[in-house]
Design a protein around this ligand. Structure first.
Ligand code: AMP
Length: 190
């Protein structure tokens, strides 16, 4: 199974992506987690991206595209992937398609979790995760960046006939069951 998660910060896409990865026995690939690990280990890449992540801005496309490339190819060979937090721009979506094509492993479905703005803000402000990008001002900025740069992907994937929009409001277990239900129509044939 090859899936892509789309949703605003706070929509629960990380949680659902992890569970979907476990359920289908495929890799959960989170660019946010990869970037945070690089920053924590103070690698050259981590130092390069730290400022963007801390400010709630997107890391330049070329950097994340390079970061994810081999992992998508590897995961494709081992049964699939759930991409979480990538792509986040149209440029990245085109790159994701090219990478997947290279591995003959394009996505079966794009799961879009929809959550109203006030609910997102409440969840993010209440998380207390101690991330370097979770102060109130940066949270608001991350939401703006999502609307401006990532939301156009909803239309992009809708146009490709692979978009599944799910209400991300209910409790985690309920959202998960709904996703699995809706995914039966997209069962992989390869
Ligand atoms: P996340 O954990 O998915 O919320 O990502 C945390 C931060 O990592 C984002 O606010 C961005 O600064 C950066 N990031 C993660 N994924 C991407 C991506 N695909 N493109 C650009 N920046 C990203």
């Amino acid at each position: 199974m090859r899936l892509l998660m789309l949703g605003a910060p706070g929509s629960g896409k990380g949680t659902q992506a992890r569970r979907l990865g476990e359920h289908f026995g495929v890799a959960h690939l989170s660019t946010g987690e990869m970037l945070r690990a690089e920053i924590k280990a103070a690698t050259p890449l981590g130092l390069e991206v730290q400022g963007f992540v801390a400010a709630g801005d997107l890391v330049p496309d070329e950097i994340v595209e390079r970061l994810i490339h081999d992992r998508v190819i590897d995961a494709s060979r081992r049964g699939g992937y759930v991409l979480d937090g990538f792509p986040r721009t149209i440029h990245q979506a085109v790159a994701a398609y090219d990478i997947a094509k290279e591995a003959d492993a394009t996505v079966h479905a794009v799961v879009h979790l929809h959550v109203p703005e006030e609910e997102l803000l409440g969840r993010l402000l209440g998380r207390g995760e101690d991330r370097l990008d979770d102060d109130a001002q940066t949270i608001r900025h991350r939401l703006e960046v999502y609307h401006e740069r990532t939301e156009p992907l909803i239309e992009y994937y809708h146009g490709r006939g692979v978009l599944l929009t799910i209400d991300g409001g209910p409790p985690v277990d309920e959202v998960f069951t709904t996703i699995l239900d809706r995914l039966t129509a997209y069962a992989p044939s390869d």
